[in-house]
Ligand binder design. Structure first.
Ligand SMILES: O=C(O)c1ccc[n+]([C@@H]2O[C@H](COP(=O)([O-])O)[C@@H](O)[C@H]2O)c1
Ligand SMILES: Cc1cc2nc[nH]c2cc1C
Length: 355
């Protein structure tokens, strides 16, 4: 039997050109001046080509929150203590977190995947256990994870997408929860974009000026510690293993697997976008499958979005993670589909066409 390459080595499919053409023609036929629905027009056209449906829909939304802890927390890089990661896992499944509320109101399915927390948790029904280790190692002093742990995280992302596809999801949202993960995400982005920590580090959950200076110094040490590994060939994977987090790697795996399953992805904030950046560095064709929901208040996000050539739908000053910004943008995708699918054409409505 031939040995197949791992899923992250396989190129995502390209968008269906027939549906792209049909979608453009339909938008041009609707009773509005050409282009007057702005970004909503291309959104509907792209969704139509992604789903290979002339009438795209995002009624069935699957939100997966990947949670994990970070060894770098021992450097004092977060305003919150590490045990909050596990406590929030409980809050997600108990229905009290922001993403729990948004998922309920969207009638979306919410799944929580625990990739490894440092503090023991009571068993919670409804949490998918995919524990890799009780958190990553401290990325300032050691590789955050081994090659095997990286593969386990990528596979955890793929498995979540396979479960989503089995339930007939029409849109995938990958959320994350992990105290300290803005440090890991900033480190990955610095390495991939060759930018200084000052450009990517921000307050995260609410660091003060002293805390932010400490975070920048930790990032400098981390980049120095890993300078040989992160400049090797096969870079995105070595960068993720040296500097990432389990949830960042799982998101990268999930995005790649979603594209392979022809499942459109709505990307959330800073951490999710860094995962998208690593994944598109691995497979540039992934870009066709990603929609960007919002620009986070985390200052480094804009650098990452620019590198991805992304034009996010919203700018609300959100900086929560969990998939919350993406969940808030689902309404826009639904409205883009409704307009595309239900508006009358000039011909049907008997309205004179312009230029
Ligand atoms: O998504 C964002 O843009 C975002 C920006 C800042 C913070 N967060 C969330 O806050 C946590 C990480 O913040 P920190 O300060 O502990 O690194 C993690 O659980 C993220 O989901 C998320
Ligand atoms: C309370 C809290 C909720 C979160 N959700 C995502 N990141 C978070 C960080 C904190 C601190």
């Amino acid at each position: 039997m031939p040995v197949s390459s791992p899923f992250w080595r396989q190129s995502p499919p390209s968008l269906d050109p027939d549906f792209l053409r049909q979608g453009r023609q339909r938008q041009a036929s609707l009773t509005k001046p050409a282009g007057s629905l702005g970004q909503l027009e291309q959104l509907a056209i792209t969704l139509s080509a992604q789903q290979q449906r002339s009438r795209p829909a995002v009624d069935r939304v699957r939100i997966v929150v990947f949670a994990a802890d970070h060894g770098v927390c021992s450097e004092g890089v977060s305003a919150f203590p590490q045990e909050v990661t596990g406590q929030m896992i409980a809050n997600f499944v108990n229905g009290g977190a922001a993403i729990s509320v948004l998922a309920r109101h969207l009638n979306a399915e919410l799944e929580v995947v625990n990739l490894g927390t440092a503090h023991p948790l009571p068993i919670h029904d409804g949490v998918v256990m995919a524990e890799i280790a009780p958190g990553t190692a401290n990325l300032a002093t050691a590789p955050a994870m081994s090659a095997e742990q990286l593969q386990a995280a990528l596979h955890a992302g793929q498995s979540a997408v396979q479960r989503a596809a089995r339930t007939g999801a029409e849109l995938f949202i990958g959320g994350e929860m992990g105290i300290g993960n803005t440090t890991a995400a900033a480190a990955v982005a610095c390495a991939l974009l060759d930018l200084a920590p000052e450009a990517l580090a921000g307050p995260g959950t609410g660091l003060d000026a002293d805390g932010l200076r400490r975070k920048v110094a930790v990032l400098h040490r981390a980049l120095q510690r890993h300078r040989d590994t992160v400049t090797e060939a096969g870079q995105p994977l070595s960068v993720l293993a040296s500097l990432g987090g389990f949830e960042v790697a799982a998101l990268a795996g999930a995005f790649l697997a979603a594209a392979q399953a022809r499942l459109p992805v709505l990307v959330d904030g800073f951490i999710a976008s860094v995962a998208a950046l690593a994944a598109t560095r691995l497979q540039p064709g992934l870009a066709d499958w990603l929609h960007f929901a919002h620009q986070s208040a985390e200052p480094g996000h804009v650098r990452v979005l620019t590198a991805l050539d992304a034009d996010p739908l919203l700018r609300l000053g959100m900086r929560l993670g969990e998939g919350s910004g993406a969940a808030v943008a689902v309404g826009l995708l639904r409205q883009a589909c409704a307009l595309h699918n239900e508006m009358a054409s000039f011909e049907d409505a008997g309205i004179s066409k312009g230029p």
